[in-house]
Design a protein around this ligand. Structure first.
Ligand SMILES: Cc1cc2nc3c(=O)[nH]c(=O)nc-3n(C[C@H](O)[C@H](O)[C@H](O)COP(=O)(O)O)c2cc1C
Length: 221
């Protein structure tokens, strides 16, 4: 696959086929993704790959924890306020997702169900979790993890797999620590779900938005 095509066509996948992803394929993708750049080539990523019965348990418990009313408390604090331009983009995304699922804005019950599905990790067959050692400078390690995740997602896309990087995976760090024996010495940064995209699901096809180049770039000569 052409790199430009891969970058343009990769998108977050939120509905999957009920078909497992072979461990060998995940191993192949991760082996290649380890070539992502990192500060001083420190390669700070530590990766937990979850599938099979443990994945089923994780999805169930993550959703149950949300529905029990527990507030998300990620190791990396989530943004609480956004300047308008960012908030508007966030809202546009919400509209895209909900309208593709035929959920009306005022339908609170359906929105809660969608939220619950999100914490049920969209029933994906696998997930990767990224942690870093707490002894590292977190800011730089975070850059490295971001670059790693995009590399992973593109390589997965190249194999026909779908991914969605999700804060909802790491919203309950105690649960993650407990289920996957992640020690307190590690910061749980982020995760990505992985599976075969359902090609017929409208939620995998709604039109996404990006700002125009001039919103982001200042040319200096
Ligand atoms: C750090 C991060 C956290 C995210 N968390 C979620 C999440 O919890 N739930 C979700 O549905 N999508 C999540 N996403 C996916 C974004 O919504 C998505 O990348 C964005 O809307 C751009 O769309 P695209 O990936 O389809 O191009 C997250 C993405 C990133 C990079």
């Amino acid at each position: 696959m052409e790199l430009q095509e891969a970058i343009r066509n990769r998108r977050s996948i939120r509905q999957f086929l009920a078909k497992p992803v072979p461990q060998e394929l995940i191993r192949e993708i991760i082996t290649d993704s380890l070539w992502a750049p990192s500060w001083g080539n420190t390669q700070p990523w530590e990766i937990v790959v979850v599938s099979g019965e443990k994945m089923e348990e994780f999805k169930k418990k993550n959703e149950e924890t949300l529905l029990a009313g527990q507030a998300a408390q990620t190791d990396i604090p989530m943004p609480q306020v956004w300047p308008d331009a960012y908030l508007n983009r966030y809202k546009e995304l919400g509209k895209g997702v909900l309208s593709s699922l035929a959920i009306a804005r005022e339908d609170k019950e359906a929105r809660l169900l969608h939220f619950a599905r999100m914490f049920g990790l969209f029933d994906a067959p696998a997930v990767i979790l990224l942690t870093v050692d707490k002894e590292l400078s977190l800011e730089y390690a975070m850059l490295d993890i971001g670059i790693y995740l995009q590399t992973f997602c593109l390589l997965a896309h190249d194999k026909g797999l779908g991914t969605c990087i999700m804060a909802a995976i790491v919203s309950f760090p105690d649960l993650v620590r407990d289920l996957f024996a992640v020690p307190e010495t590690k910061t749980i940064v982020m995760g990505a779900i992985l599976g075969w995209p359902d090609p017929d699901a409208p939620v995998n096809h709604f039109e996404r938005q990006r700002g125009a180049i001039d919103e982001f770039v200042k040319w200096v000569k």
